[in-house]
Ligand binder design. Sequence first.
Ligand code: GLV
Length: 309
Amino acid sequence: MPEEILQTHKLLDRCEVELGKRFTVHKLHLADDKEALIRSLAPRVRAIAGGNVGPELMDKLPRLEIIANFGVGYDSIDTAAARARSIRVTNTPNVLNDAVAEITLGLMIALARRIPQADQYVRQGKWPSGNFPLLTEINGKTVGILGLGRIGKEIAVRCQAMKMRVVYHGRHRQPDEPFIYYDKLVDMARDSDWLVLIAPGGKATEKLVSREVLEALGPEGYLVNVARGTLVDEAAMLDLLQSRKLGGAALDVFETEPQVPEGFFALDNVVLSPHQGSATHQTRNKMGDLVVANLVAHFAGEPLPSAVV
Ligand code: GLV
């Protein structure tokens, strides 16, 4: 008999098909009576595919051994609670590094050159009445990266290729990296033209990019967030963008996405994107394969390909 697993939210179609070939999958998000489904599975279910797992759900599934998250960020899983219950947690690192780094550079250039706004300018027939305003370039500028992890490093080399100067802030200095380290985020923001956020979400980093940091980045400064909306004081950011005390922002993630505060829609100094850093066929397929590989390895008693707990 195949193992029964609980899926907590919609996954990529191919991932769902592959899971279905190997396991009996129960879809919590589609259940009319979620509590009844959980109760009925409690004596048997040893694995979850997906995120949004807190201690309550863990306690309702006493045989739970592993949670395989779809995504590199696992802030929707309470890892401390999982650790305390000896539940393993896996994520999908590395396979998305290039895709996220590519969209980061895309957003930077889109913001610097207002590419979405320029597209609208042409479509709305405004070009014959005058040229689009002159803007700025990213070469020669300093980019401060918050979070020089696997994706941060891919962003860094691409920024170097764009002839930018790269500096970074994170919990620790990385002596083998050639970039200048700042131990205070606010200092890095003050010295940077661009601030790129690619650090993990969750309680530990909540609103790390405070009003003070955004003010330090300043009226000529640009913020790019391809990590988690929770990293930024979003209300302060909107206020500073509206009053032009922050130069601009390119945002792929939001505090309560997919809801985006309407105040952003009226601004011409922002570029908005619907959380699509890893949203390509090739990358999402690899992420899905890694979810499956972690679950298969677990039930085969083999080492997990990408465990975080
Ligand atoms: C995307 O946001 C991810 O965490 O993989």
